[in-house]
Design a protein around this ligand. Structure first.
Ligand code: B12
Length: 170
Protein backbone atom coordinates (compact mmCIF):
# COMPACT_ATOMS: atom_id res chain seq x y z
CA UNK A 1 0.00 0.00 0.00
CA UNK A 2 1.45 3.38 -0.94
CA UNK A 3 0.72 6.64 0.77
CA UNK A 4 1.20 10.28 -0.03
CA UNK A 5 1.41 12.93 2.64
CA UNK A 6 0.30 16.32 1.44
CA UNK A 7 2.01 17.91 4.42
CA UNK A 8 5.37 16.72 3.14
CA UNK A 9 4.75 17.26 -0.58
CA UNK A 10 3.16 20.66 -0.19
CA UNK A 11 6.27 22.33 -1.55
CA UNK A 12 7.49 25.84 -1.11
CA UNK A 13 6.38 29.24 -2.24
CA UNK A 14 3.73 31.70 -1.20
CA UNK A 15 0.56 32.37 -3.10
CA UNK A 16 -2.50 34.41 -2.48
CA UNK A 17 -5.29 32.11 -1.46
CA UNK A 18 -7.96 31.53 -4.07
CA UNK A 19 -10.66 32.70 -1.70
CA UNK A 20 -9.06 35.94 -0.70
CA UNK A 21 -9.79 36.63 2.94
CA UNK A 22 -12.75 35.44 4.94
CA UNK A 23 -15.88 37.05 3.49
CA UNK A 24 -18.06 35.74 6.31
CA UNK A 25 -16.00 37.83 8.73
CA UNK A 26 -16.25 41.08 6.72
CA UNK A 27 -18.69 42.60 9.19
CA UNK A 28 -16.26 42.06 12.01
CA UNK A 29 -12.83 42.38 10.44
CA UNK A 30 -12.81 45.30 8.03
CA UNK A 31 -10.57 44.87 5.04
CA UNK A 32 -7.66 47.25 4.80
CA UNK A 33 -7.93 48.43 8.39
CA UNK A 34 -4.88 47.61 10.40
CA UNK A 35 -6.15 47.24 13.92
CA UNK A 36 -5.65 44.40 16.41
CA UNK A 37 -9.03 43.13 15.20
CA UNK A 38 -8.24 43.08 11.50
CA UNK A 39 -6.79 39.60 11.37
CA UNK A 40 -6.07 37.74 8.16
CA UNK A 41 -5.35 40.75 6.02
CA UNK A 42 -2.88 39.81 3.31
CA UNK A 43 -4.07 36.23 3.67
CA UNK A 44 -1.47 33.95 2.14
CA UNK A 45 -1.38 30.27 1.45
CA UNK A 46 1.84 28.26 1.34
CA UNK A 47 2.50 25.27 -0.85
CA UNK A 48 1.41 23.70 -4.06
CA UNK A 49 -1.40 24.94 -6.29
CA UNK A 50 -4.48 22.76 -6.69
CA UNK A 51 -3.27 21.75 -10.16
CA UNK A 52 0.15 20.71 -8.84
CA UNK A 53 -1.43 18.64 -6.05
CA UNK A 54 -3.61 16.96 -8.67
CA UNK A 55 -0.64 16.17 -10.91
CA UNK A 56 1.37 14.81 -7.99
CA UNK A 57 -1.43 12.46 -6.95
CA UNK A 58 -1.96 11.35 -10.56
CA UNK A 59 1.74 10.61 -10.87
CA UNK A 60 2.14 8.74 -7.57
CA UNK A 61 -1.24 6.96 -7.59
CA UNK A 62 -1.23 6.47 -3.80
CA UNK A 63 -3.73 4.24 -2.02
CA UNK A 64 -3.91 6.66 0.88
CA UNK A 65 -3.54 10.44 1.02
CA UNK A 66 -2.84 11.95 4.44
CA UNK A 67 -3.61 15.60 4.96
CA UNK A 68 -2.70 17.89 7.86
CA UNK A 69 -5.17 20.60 8.78
CA UNK A 70 -3.48 22.45 11.60
CA UNK A 71 -5.40 25.72 11.52
CA UNK A 72 -9.16 26.09 11.44
CA UNK A 73 -8.72 29.32 9.50
CA UNK A 74 -7.10 27.37 6.67
CA UNK A 75 -9.31 24.31 6.84
CA UNK A 76 -10.87 25.04 3.44
CA UNK A 77 -7.49 24.55 1.80
CA UNK A 78 -7.16 21.15 3.48
CA UNK A 79 -10.69 20.25 2.38
CA UNK A 80 -9.77 21.24 -1.16
CA UNK A 81 -6.78 18.88 -1.08
CA UNK A 82 -9.07 16.01 -0.07
CA UNK A 83 -11.47 16.92 -2.88
CA UNK A 84 -8.61 16.88 -5.39
CA UNK A 85 -7.58 13.38 -4.27
CA UNK A 86 -11.15 12.15 -4.72
CA UNK A 87 -11.39 13.83 -8.13
CA UNK A 88 -8.30 11.92 -9.26
CA UNK A 89 -9.65 8.62 -7.97
CA UNK A 90 -12.60 8.23 -5.65
CA UNK A 91 -11.09 5.00 -4.26
CA UNK A 92 -8.10 6.85 -2.79
CA UNK A 93 -8.54 6.77 0.98
CA UNK A 94 -8.24 10.24 2.49
CA UNK A 95 -7.13 10.69 6.10
CA UNK A 96 -7.02 14.03 7.87
CA UNK A 97 -5.66 15.11 11.23
CA UNK A 98 -4.36 18.22 12.93
CA UNK A 99 -5.91 20.76 15.27
CA UNK A 100 -8.96 21.48 13.13
CA UNK A 101 -10.21 17.92 12.48
CA UNK A 102 -9.35 16.99 16.09
CA UNK A 103 -11.72 19.71 17.28
CA UNK A 104 -14.36 19.41 14.54
CA UNK A 105 -14.29 15.81 13.23
CA UNK A 106 -17.99 15.73 12.37
CA UNK A 107 -17.80 18.90 10.35
CA UNK A 108 -14.79 17.58 8.41
CA UNK A 109 -16.37 14.17 7.73
CA UNK A 110 -19.74 15.55 6.67
CA UNK A 111 -18.02 17.36 3.83
CA UNK A 112 -17.78 13.99 2.07
CA UNK A 113 -14.22 13.96 0.68
CA UNK A 114 -12.50 12.87 3.90
CA UNK A 115 -12.88 9.18 4.74
CA UNK A 116 -11.14 9.15 8.12
CA UNK A 117 -10.26 11.71 10.75
CA UNK A 118 -7.60 10.92 13.31
CA UNK A 119 -8.07 12.93 16.49
CA UNK A 120 -4.90 13.83 18.33
CA UNK A 121 -1.47 12.33 17.86
CA UNK A 122 -1.58 10.35 14.68
CA UNK A 123 1.34 7.95 14.62
CA UNK A 124 -0.31 4.83 16.08
CA UNK A 125 -3.86 5.29 14.70
CA UNK A 126 -2.54 5.86 11.16
CA UNK A 127 -0.34 2.78 11.31
CA UNK A 128 -3.26 0.68 12.57
CA UNK A 129 -5.57 2.10 9.92
CA UNK A 130 -3.13 1.37 7.09
CA UNK A 131 -2.58 -2.16 8.41
CA UNK A 132 -6.33 -2.66 8.62
CA UNK A 133 -6.93 -1.33 5.12
CA UNK A 134 -4.15 -3.35 3.51
CA UNK A 135 -5.10 -6.60 5.23
CA UNK A 136 -8.76 -6.05 4.40
CA UNK A 137 -9.79 -6.73 7.97
CA UNK A 138 -10.07 -3.07 8.89
CA UNK A 139 -10.90 -3.17 12.62
CA UNK A 140 -11.82 0.48 12.48
CA UNK A 141 -13.98 0.29 15.56
CA UNK A 142 -10.91 -0.61 17.66
CA UNK A 143 -8.63 2.23 16.56
CA UNK A 144 -8.67 4.78 19.35
CA UNK A 145 -8.82 8.35 18.10
CA UNK A 146 -10.36 7.41 14.74
CA UNK A 147 -13.56 8.99 13.41
CA UNK A 148 -15.31 7.85 10.26
CA UNK A 149 -18.65 8.01 8.50
CA UNK A 150 -20.87 4.98 8.01
CA UNK A 151 -24.36 6.44 7.54
CA UNK A 152 -23.63 8.44 10.67
CA UNK A 153 -20.33 9.67 12.07
CA UNK A 154 -18.63 7.27 14.50
CA UNK A 155 -15.94 8.29 17.00
CA UNK A 156 -13.73 5.60 18.51
CA UNK A 157 -12.42 6.55 21.95
CA UNK A 158 -11.16 9.98 22.86
CA UNK A 159 -8.38 12.12 21.44
CA UNK A 160 -5.32 9.91 21.00
CA UNK A 161 -2.15 10.64 22.91
CA UNK A 162 1.08 8.73 22.49
CA UNK A 163 2.01 8.02 26.08
CA UNK A 164 5.14 6.05 25.27
CA UNK A 165 6.98 7.72 22.42
CA UNK A 166 9.55 4.92 22.38
CA UNK A 167 6.92 2.71 20.76
CA UNK A 168 6.54 5.08 17.78
CA UNK A 169 8.43 3.70 14.78
CA UNK A 170 11.30 5.86 13.52
C1 B12 B 1 4.40 25.70 15.09
C2 B12 B 1 3.07 26.40 15.05
C3 B12 B 1 2.92 27.40 14.10
C4 B12 B 1 3.97 27.72 13.07
C5 B12 B 1 3.78 26.73 11.88
C6 B12 B 1 5.07 26.42 11.17
C7 B12 B 1 4.83 25.41 10.05
N1 B12 B 1 5.14 25.77 8.86
O1 B12 B 1 4.32 24.32 10.29
C8 B12 B 1 3.61 29.19 12.71
C9 B12 B 1 4.32 30.12 13.67
C10 B12 B 1 3.90 29.60 11.27
C11 B12 B 1 2.13 29.20 13.05
C12 B12 B 1 1.25 30.09 12.51
C13 B12 B 1 -0.12 30.07 12.75
N2 B12 B 1 -0.74 29.39 13.74
CO1 B12 B 1 0.15 28.03 14.82
N3 B12 B 1 0.87 26.70 15.95
C14 B12 B 1 2.02 26.07 15.97
C15 B12 B 1 2.06 25.09 17.16
C16 B12 B 1 2.83 25.78 18.31
C17 B12 B 1 2.68 23.72 16.90
C18 B12 B 1 2.15 22.97 15.67
C19 B12 B 1 3.06 21.84 15.30
O2 B12 B 1 3.73 21.84 14.26
N4 B12 B 1 3.16 20.82 16.15
C20 B12 B 1 3.99 19.64 15.90
C21 B12 B 1 3.22 18.61 15.11
C22 B12 B 1 4.06 17.34 14.89
O3 B12 B 1 2.11 18.31 15.89
P1 B12 B 1 0.63 18.41 15.31
O4 B12 B 1 0.54 19.44 14.25
O5 B12 B 1 -0.29 18.52 16.47
O6 B12 B 1 0.51 16.99 14.60
C23 B12 B 1 0.22 15.83 15.31
C24 B12 B 1 -1.24 15.46 15.22
O7 B12 B 1 -2.10 16.56 15.02
C25 B12 B 1 -1.26 14.49 14.08
N5 B12 B 1 -1.32 14.94 12.70
C26 B12 B 1 -1.18 16.16 12.16
N6 B12 B 1 -1.37 16.11 10.84
C27 B12 B 1 -1.65 14.83 10.51
C28 B12 B 1 -1.96 14.24 9.29
C29 B12 B 1 -2.26 12.87 9.26
C30 B12 B 1 -2.61 12.22 7.95
C31 B12 B 1 -2.23 12.10 10.45
C32 B12 B 1 -2.57 10.66 10.44
C33 B12 B 1 -1.91 12.71 11.66
C34 B12 B 1 -1.61 14.06 11.68
O8 B12 B 1 -0.07 13.76 14.27
C35 B12 B 1 0.95 14.68 14.65
C36 B12 B 1 1.94 13.98 15.55
O9 B12 B 1 1.31 13.41 16.67
C37 B12 B 1 0.52 24.94 17.49
C38 B12 B 1 0.20 24.74 18.97
C39 B12 B 1 0.49 23.32 19.42
N7 B12 B 1 1.16 23.20 20.50
O10 B12 B 1 0.09 22.36 18.72
C40 B12 B 1 -0.04 26.27 16.97
C41 B12 B 1 -1.46 26.29 16.40
C42 B12 B 1 -1.62 25.08 15.49
N8 B12 B 1 -1.47 27.52 15.59
C43 B12 B 1 -2.63 28.12 15.59
C44 B12 B 1 -2.95 29.26 14.79
C45 B12 B 1 -4.32 29.90 15.01
C46 B12 B 1 -2.05 29.80 13.85
C47 B12 B 1 -2.30 30.94 12.86
C48 B12 B 1 -3.62 30.81 12.09
C49 B12 B 1 -2.18 32.24 13.65
C50 B12 B 1 -2.57 33.50 12.83
N9 B12 B 1 -3.59 34.15 13.30
O11 B12 B 1 -1.96 33.80 11.85
C51 B12 B 1 -1.08 30.86 11.93
C52 B12 B 1 -1.37 30.11 10.60
C53 B12 B 1 -0.13 30.03 9.74
C54 B12 B 1 -0.32 29.39 8.39
N10 B12 B 1 -0.90 30.04 7.45
O12 B12 B 1 0.07 28.30 8.14
C55 B12 B 1 -3.62 27.42 16.49
C56 B12 B 1 -4.70 26.67 15.69
C57 B12 B 1 -6.02 26.74 16.42
C58 B12 B 1 -7.14 26.34 15.53
N11 B12 B 1 -8.21 25.86 16.15
O13 B12 B 1 -7.11 26.45 14.36
C59 B12 B 1 -2.68 26.51 17.38
C60 B12 B 1 -3.31 25.18 17.86
C61 B12 B 1 -2.25 27.36 18.60
C62 B12 B 1 -3.41 27.73 19.50
N12 B12 B 1 -3.66 26.99 20.56
O14 B12 B 1 -4.08 28.69 19.24
N13 B12 B 1 1.82 28.23 13.93
Amino acid sequence: MSATSLSSIAGRGTRRASNDGFPELDDFYRNGRRTPFSLFIRYLRYGMEKKEICERIQRERPDVVGISSSFAAYSRQAAEAAAVAKEVDRFIVTVMDGTHPTLFPRCVLEDGDVDYVVRGEGETPLRELVHGLSSGTGPRSKISGLSFRRNVVHHVGGINTEDDIDTIPA
